[in-house]
Design a binder for this molecule. Structure first.
Ligand code: COI
Length: 331
């Protein structure tokens, strides 16, 4: 059995090499992403392990299938960049890694919330200028606040545990109710109810056609004044223009964004200087003291890199040898 792994980063390589040695399976690692220019590299392999944010197009998927590759294993969780029609037509089976480290995402989200609440960005900037005064930057306390968690999958639930550790009250919204949380009575029936109750909104939903721009002008208008918005999930969940308007008006008091709707090709790139970042809207957000933007780093921990690499390789072997895996994604 031979597997090709695309888009391999240096920090993932030790985990790939260890897995290959432990399982005695040959894995060809390439740095290139899987696209029209690199798909030919997969010819002759039994399966492909991939991670990228750029689209997996019909052309690329058709080509993989024509090489007899019907086993595609993502090292990440999101499947929104895959051409689902082509996957079905070509009979390609796909796995993802649904839980490489829910903790990694939840920890960064909570860290950023605490930074916002305690105004650390503002104090860092003041201190750098020799201004050691307190006022006017008085903080809130999470212990006194209600956090509205949208989507209570593994990451949402981890985040709830951390927020509770700080004493926050939780309300949650999800189409699927987790039985444990259901017993605790934290679910509200509608997003509007959550918007009305929450001082903080923490997004943990995947991106779908239905929830694109779920936080838009109308949604923001239903929220409390000065609400904190946290998005470590998917950029498409927020209408960025509406967020900027809501920040300008003070409707949104502060935001922490680890994702951005136009991030592909921008995040994880060194532009050499702030001015050279080729996205004015993003720069608008980055300049604000009450907005913390990070370039999709919530997942970027050693635990996650190991799990993403090794779980995906194991799933790929299962797809190749058994035709199925517990992490198979249904399209
Ligand atoms: C995902 O797992 O889908 C993520 O968003 C993290 C990715 C940048 C590796």
């Amino acid at each position: 059995m031979k597997i090709i792994a695309y888009g391999m980063r240096d920090d993932e390589m030790p985990y790939l090499e260890q897995w290959s040695k432990d399982n005695n399976i040959e894995v060809k690692a390439v740095k290139e992403l899987l696209d029209e220019n690199t798909v030919d590299l997969a010819n002759g392999y039994d399966g492909a392990v991939v991670y990228q944010q750029k689209p997996y197009t019909a052309e690329v998927l058709d080509k993989l299938a024509s090489f007899g590759i019907k086993s595609l294993s993502l090292r990440n969780v999101g499947v929104d960049n895959i051409d689902a029609d082509a996957i079905k037509r070509d009979g390609i089976k796909v796995t993802n890694v649904p839980a490489y480290s829910p903790n990694a995402i939840a920890e960064l989200t909570a860290t950023q919330l605490m930074r916002l609440i305690r105004r650390t960005n503002t104090f860092d900037r003041k201190i750098a200028n020799g201004d050691l005064r307190w006022a006017p930057d008085i903080a809130d306390e999470l212990d006194q606040m209600t956090v509205g968690v949208i989507a209570t999958g593994r990451i949402g639930r981890k985040a709830i545990n951390i927020y509770r550790g700080f004493g926050a009250k939780i309300v949650a919204y999800d189409i699927y109710h987790n039985p444990e949380l259901e017993k605790e009575g934290i679910y509200v029936d509608t997003l509007d109810e959550l918007y009305a109750k929450a001082d903080v909104i923490s997004l943990h939903s995947p991106a779908t056609k239905e929830n694109e721009h779920m936080l838009d002008n109308e949604a923001f208008s239903k929220m409390k004044d000065g609400v904190y918005i946290l998005n470590p999930a998917r950029g498409a969940l927020i209408d960025t223009d509406a967020l900027i308007r809501a920040l300008d008006s003070g409707k949104v008091g502060a935001a922490a964004l680890d994702v951005y709707e136009d991030e592909v090709g921008i995040f994880n790139t060194d532009f050499g200087s702030f001015d050279a970042i080729p996205d004015e809207r993003l720069k608008n957000l980055l300049k604000r003291e009450n907005v913390l933007v990070t370039p999709h780093i919530a997942f970027y921990t050693k635990t996650a890199a190991k799990n993403m690499t090794q779980f995906a390789l194991t799933s790929n072997v299962n797809l190749i040898s058994k035709g199925t895996d517990e992490s198979e994604v249904k399209f």
